[in-house]
Write a new protein. Structure first.
Length: 377
């Protein structure tokens, strides 16, 4: 196997451009091929990024692909990842890993039997801001973390995504689409979840697309779009997680954690960077001391803001884990636990009772500035 693991992208939709553009920032990986059920999309991506276009079955079986990067729509994640694992490929999937815990466990068992690694987005918790927060918590800045809040609220994907249908079908909805960023970072900061409870509802039976090129089309809503959950962690902390696509405006912070010695204000887990504030008991919130973390440096303009975007860090960490025979930070163990949490939240909302988690996990290894630099070219 070459020093660089060869990556084949499965699915050339909206998100694929991000990986094509950002993967070259990292060592150990090289995107060499792409595939899509729409061969025209695959050919267009291949021409743009100078890789080989292939039909999906051929990419999965190709001897020139070491890692399948699964960027298909959510309800195809499990099938595509399972096919790749059975073909002896390592897999890095967009979130969610699978739409059910049962499927996630099948994928885990098959990967173990084939001796391949499976990882899953998000990798944003590896960003400089969230690792700075992790270090402060590990160093005791908050004392014991006892509670917190997390909010991701907006008015829906139909206002910006060119083809938003899948967001409102089974496998979509705010908890499965946006929840992974928040749950992954909570696992990073305070560890695994013990049980969950939730209230859920759907505000509207249909949505009208306002983005181009399909502005004016009406699409059905088949999932809960307003979800308010309570997560109890193994360390005893209770965290409120609210995810909604039925909110036009709000003033909630993205994430706050409260401990016996102070409070912490964590920036949006959907991004790698941002400012982390903390208090000492009842003192005023102050920025944590600056550090030179490469995954926190602004590199992308987003609505007039210079944001840090390093999606592919988890893919590079997977490659390093394969070469070093070590645990990957976006491991199947942690993303399977996130699936357990998210599907547990939906089950709780449907049944009106707390749901105990069937899985657990460890926190990912801390990623300091030196370790992060080692992943980059």
């Amino acid at each position: 196997m070459a020093n660089n693991l060869r990556v084949g992208i499965m699915g050339c939709g909206n998100i694929s451009a991000t990986y094509f553009k950002l993967a070259p920032l990292f060592k150990g990986i090289e995107i060499t091929a792409c595939a899509d059920i729409n061969m025209e999309a695959a050919k267009k991506a291949a021409e743009t990024y100078h890789v080989k276009a292939m039909e999906p079955p051929k990419l999965i079986k190709s001897k020139d692909v070491d890692i399948v990067l699964n960027l298909t729509i959510p309800d195809q994640h499990f099938a595509v990842s399972m096919a790749a694992v059975k073909a002896g490929k390592h897999v890095y999937s967009e979130k969610p890993l699978a739409l059910s815990l049962k499927d996630g466990m099948k994928l885990r068992d098959t990967a173990e039997a084939r001796s391949v690694k499976v990882c899953c987005a998000p990798d944003t918790f590896m960003g400089g801001a969230h690792q700075r927060a992790r270090k402060a918590i590990d160093d005791g800045a908050l004392g014991k973390v006892t509670s917190g809040t997390a909010h991701v609220m907006g008015f829906g994907m139909e206002h910006w995504h060119p083809n938003p249908d899948f967001f409102f079908k089974p496998g979509g909805g705010p908890i499965l689409d946006m929840g992974p960023y928040y749950i992954a970072n909570l696992i990073n900061l305070i560890g695994p979840v013990k049980r969950v409870g939730a209230l859920t509802n759907t505000a509207r039976p249909t949505r009208t697309i306002s983005s181009q090129p399909r502005a004016g089309e009406t699409i059905p809503v088949e999932v809960a779009t307003n979800i308010h959950a309570l997560l109890e962690f193994h360390n005893g902390a209770a965290v409120t997680l609210s995810t909604s696509w039925d909110v036009w405006a709000n003033r909630h912070a993205n994430m706050e954690l409260y401990g016996t010695e102070g409070a912490m204000f964590v920036p949006d887990p959907n991004f790698f960077g941002g400012e982390v504030l903390a208090t000492k008991r009842s003192g005023p919130p102050e920025p944590l001391s600056h550090w030179d973390h490469p995954l926190g440096v602004g590199n992308q303009d987003h609505q007039g803001r210079n944001l840090a975007n390093y999606r592919s860090a988890g893919l590079a960490d997977l490659a390093a884990a394969v070469h070093g025979n070590r645990d990957a930070r976006c491991s199947l163990e942690r993303t399977l636990h996130a699936v357990d949490v998210m599907t547990g939240v939906l089950k709780s909302g449907a049944e009106g009772k707390f749901v105990e988690m069937k899985t657990t996990c460890t926190q990912p290894a801390f990623l300091g500035p030196d370790e992060a630099k080692a992943l980059m070219r």
